[in-house]
Design a protein around this ligand. Structure first.
Ligand code: IMP
Ligand code: MG
Length: 175
């Protein structure tokens, strides 16, 4: 199957919004430190750009869970592929995600991280697809709310491709 990509959110608008989120987080955590947890692989581009725009002290860690194969629908199965390197106890954790879709992945992940007793924990996602929600998840920082479309770019993939696009694009499938 071939696919074509059209622009949904331009590079300029994504960058502008990440700058705003960085400023908001810096303000909210003034005088404190934040520990960003990137959900691999999709959250990586967003986390790097966001971290560069946060002005309070930042530390980083990475975690990988799998809920998607190469399909465009969630399987509902969540598995930890890579756990964090550092404990998060007493840290101000911000989980950084590419997109909250059904909410299954995040719901599982946030419950699991909460048991490790961070000082605080918030969720920051570049994209949110509220129409698709199956499990309730509280999002603290959202880049963009988008309609129910399968998107790529800025870390998001279709069959592991297009993560490197500097904008958010819609995937159109054709025979
Ligand atoms: P959820 O568990 O259904 O919320 O799915 C979360 C994960 O599915 C995200 O972190 C992405 O990796 C993947 N995903 C959901 N929607 C999209 C999309 O539109 N493009 C690419 N990946 C997506
Ligand atoms: Mg993800």
């Amino acid at each position: 199957m071939a696919e074509t990509i059209s622009v949904m959110i331009s590079e300029e608008n994504v960058d502008k919004r990440i700058q705003e989120l960085g400023e908001q987080i810096s303000k909210d955590y003034a005088g404190q430190e934040v520990h960003l947890i990137c959900v691999l692989k999709g959250g990586s581009f967003f986390m790097c750009e966001l971290a560069k725009r946060i002005t309070v002290p930042v530390s980083l860690d990475f975690m990988q869970v799998s809920s998607y194969g190469t399909e465009t629908k969630s399987s509902g199965v969540v598995k930890i592929v890579k756990d964090l390197d550092e404990p998060i106890r007493d840290k101000n954790v911000i989980v950084v995600e590419d997109v909250v879709d059904s909410g299954r992945t995040l719901s599982y992940l946030l419950d699991m991280l909460q048991e490790r007793q961070p000082k605080s924990m918030r969720l920051c996602t570049l994209l949110d697809k509220p129409e698709r929600r199956v499990v309730d998840v509280h999002v603290d920082y959202t880049g963009f709310e988008i309609p129910d479309e399968f998107v790529v770019g800025y870390g998001l993939d279709y069959a592991q491709k297009y993560r490197n696009l500097p904008y958010i694009g819609i995937v159109h499938l054709s025979e």
